[in-house]
Ligand binder design. Structure first.
Ligand SMILES: C[S@@+](CC[C@H](N)C(=O)[O-])C[C@H]1O[C@@H](n2cnc3c(N)ncnc32)[C@H](O)[C@@H]1O
Length: 308
């Protein structure tokens, strides 16, 4: 169902998803050297409490950084295809923050956001898209399953913050990737991110402090038979209040080799992996390079680019 400003009503916030924090990088076998910082902004604030907080705002501040993601997409696409991509489809778009940033920068750009969850899309329209003014006309939000027929033909399809991990079986993942491939222009590309590392299958609770709240990424035990794990995002506030399980994820933890093979089986011509470099302290440095191999680390995030 397309969502346009005229069809939107004020809605309750809804509980949904999230993603792990940025992680350390490490030694890589680079085969080219593109540079892209990624993630995180901070804002001053005071007196934020569980009652006053808006979970979508907290989520966006904690785990999203559209300018960095878009700069990565632009650079990689332009290097390969010799032009900037113009039409984006953001699958699992949630609040459509990336769609908003996509059209804001260039007047010839259009974006389509797809998500199952109507209330989240409505929140996104109200807070991220409508404030764009005229540029909002170049954004379309669709409430639908990404496994249903997808609007085509886009330059770039994107599934970020590991959202495809809701698909727990290989046939489902292949089906989704086949649909994405079919929805791309001839020169199109599918951009995904993936997280992994030796800590990915252990119980970990990791806190990240922001000026006015703490973001908590909470990993439950790993099911070794099914390759699945529950993950939660909690938010804690300076007054001692908290939003526990603000977002819950029931995920299949796809490995990078599995994801690459699935994309190839879905018909993509080439699948590239971009691995993050490390600072001297061992933290991720926000610079992603195309690699053919990489040494396992405790926790990492990589970009995967599948070319039609
Ligand atoms: C982790 S959020 C991603 C939000 C945002 N794209 C980001 O990068 O942070 C995942 C979103 O996927 C949506 N979702 C889950 N399964 C879906 C499906 N089969 N089709 C469409 N959307 C789906 C959820 O409603 C949720 O808003």
């Amino acid at each position: 169902m397309p969502l346009a400003p005229s069809t939107l009503a004020e809605t309750e916030l809804a509980v949904r998803l999230g993603t792990p924090p940025r992680c350390p990088g490490g030694p890589t076998w680079a085969i080219d050297a593109p540079e892209m910082p990624r993630k995180k902004t901070r804002r001053k604030g005071s007196g934020l409490t569980a009652k006053k907080a808006d979970i979508h705002q907290l989520y966006q501040r904690s785990v999203q950084d559209p300018p960095t993601d878009i700069a990565f997409v632009d650079r990689v696409f332009k290097k390969e295809r010799g032009r900037k991509p113009l039409l984006l489809r953001e699958d699992f778009c949630g609040t459509a923050l990336i769609c908003a940033d996509w059209v804001r920068k260039l007047p010839e750009r259009r974006a389509i956001g797809i998500d199952l969850h109507g209330p989240t899309l409505k929140w996104g329209w109200r807070h991220n898209i409508a404030p764009l003014g005229e540029a909002a006309e170049r954004v379309q939000l669709l409430q639908q399953n990404v496994l249903d027929p997808l609007p085509s033909k886009v330059d770039v399809a994107m599934a970020f913050n590991f959202s495809y991990c809701v698909f727990k079986t290989r046939p489902e993942m292949v089906k989704y990737c086949e649909k994405v491939r079919a929805s791309l222009k001839k020169e199109g590309a599918f951009f995904l991110d993936i997280h992994g590392g030796s800590e990915n299958t252990v119980e970990v609770e990791e806190e990240t402090d922001h000026d006015d709240f703490t973001y908590v990424w909470d990993q439950m035990p790993y099911d070794a038979v099914n390759g699945t794990s529950l993950r939660y995002i909690h938010f804690r506030f300076p007054d001692g209040t908290a939003l526990n399980k603000a977002f819950t994820y029931d995920w299949r933890l796809w490995t990078l080799p599995e994801l690459r093979e699935i994309l190839v089986d879905a018909g993509f011509q080439r699948v590239d992996v971009y691995w993050e470099g490390a600072t001297r302290e061992g933290d991720g440095n926000g610079i992603f390079r195309r690699v053919r191999g990489a040494e396992q680390e405790e926790s990492w995030i990589a970009y995967v680019v599948a070319w039609k």
